[in-house]
Design a protein around this ligand. Structure first.
Ligand SMILES: O=C[C@H](O)[C@H](O)[C@H](O)COP(=O)(O)O
Length: 233
C-alpha cells in the first residue's frame, strides 16, 4: 500500500535528482536542511559511489546535515574555506508564484539564508504540496530570536498581526537552533506585502532572522505526480 508520505518522498526524490544534474566538476555545492535537501545528499552519495560525479565539495548548512554528509563519505568544506558557493540545493515550506519562500520548518533558516546569500545559484527543491498562491496561506513565518527578552519580541510580532508560538519539542522544552537561539512561529495568514513585513520583522534588536526568503531563489524544481517542473525567475 502506498501512503501519502511515500508519495511525497518520491516527489522530493524526483526534484532532488533533477537538481543534482546541475552540479558540475569543480563546484562548491551548498546543501540546506530538511527532508528534501537530504534526498539531494543521498543522490550525491550514489553518484560518488558510481564515479559519476567527482571533484566537488559540499558545504552543509546545519550540524545535522554535516553529520549526514560525513556518514556518507562526501567531501565537505565550510563557508570559512569557501565563502562563495557555486550552487546551493535546499528545500522550502511554501513557494509563491514569484519564487519567494517561507523556510525554517526544520529550524535551520538562519544558516540557510547565509548560505543562500553566499551562493551564485540557489536551487530550491520541493514536492508539489509546497506551492502556494500567497505566502503565509499554509505556513507560519519562523523568527529566530535570542533568548534574552524573547517575550518582548513575541509581543512585538503580535503587534505586526501574528499569532505567535514558541517552538517546543514534545516535552515542551524550547527548541534551540544551531546558534543556541529560540524560534517563534508567527502565523500571519496570507501575507499581502512580504517585503514590507520582512523589513518590519528585522527592524528590532533581539530578532536575528526570519524565514521569509524574498528574491533569493534562482530556480525552483518541483517534484510532481506528473513529473518534474523547473521554475525560473
Ligand atoms: O529549516 C528547515 C528548512 O528551511 C527546510 O528546507 C524546510 O523546512 C523544508 O523542509 P522539508 O524539506 O523537510 O519539507
Amino acid at each position: 500500500m502506498i501512503v501519502s508520505g511515500d508519495v511525497n518522498r518520491e516527489l522530493k526524490k524526483r526534484a532532488a535528482a533533477k537538481a543534482v544534474e546541475l552540479i558540475k566538476p569543480g563546484m562548491v555545492v551548498g546543501i540546506g536542511h530538511g527532508s528534501t535537501a537530504i534526498e539531494a545528499v543521498y543522490c550525491l552519495a550514489s553518484l560518488f559511489e558510481t564515479g559519476k560525479i567527482r571533484d566537488i565539495v559540499v558545504v552543509p548548512c546545519s550540524n545535522h546535515m554535516v553529520e549526514e554528509t560525513r556518514k556518507l563519505g562526501i567531501p565537505m568544506s565550510t563557508l570559512e574555506e569557501h565563502p562563495v558557493v557555486d550552487l546551493t540545493i535546499d528545500g522550502a515550506d511554501e513557494v509563491d508564484p514569484q519564487l519567494n519562500l517561507i523556510k525554517g520548518g526544520g529550524g535551520a533558516f538562519l544558516h540557510e539564508k547565509i548560505l543562500a546569500e553566499a551562493s551564485r545559484r540557489e536551487i530550491i527543491i520541493v514536492d508539489e504540496t509546497k506551492l502556494s498562491p500567497i505566502l503565509g496561506t499554509r505556513w507560519a513565518v519562523p523568527v529566530e530570536v535570542i533568548s534574552f527578552g524573547w517575550r518582548s519580541q513575541a509581543e512585538y510580532l503580535q503587534t505586526l498581526g501574528a499569532t505567535v508560538k514558541l517552538r517546543q519539542d514534545s516535552s515542551c522544552n524550547p527548541i534551540k537552533t544551531d546558534q543556541g537561539n529560540l524560534i517563534l512561529d508567527c502565523r500571519f495568514g496570507p501575507i499581502a506585502d512580504p517585503v514590507r513585513l520582512a523589513g518590519q520583522i528585522k527592524g528590532r534588536a533581539g530578532i536575528v532572522e526570519h524565514g521569509l526568503f524574498l528574491g533569493l531563489a534562482s530556480e525552483v524544481i518541483v517534484g510532481c505526480r506528473s513529473g518534474v517542473c523547473h521554475l525560473k525567475r
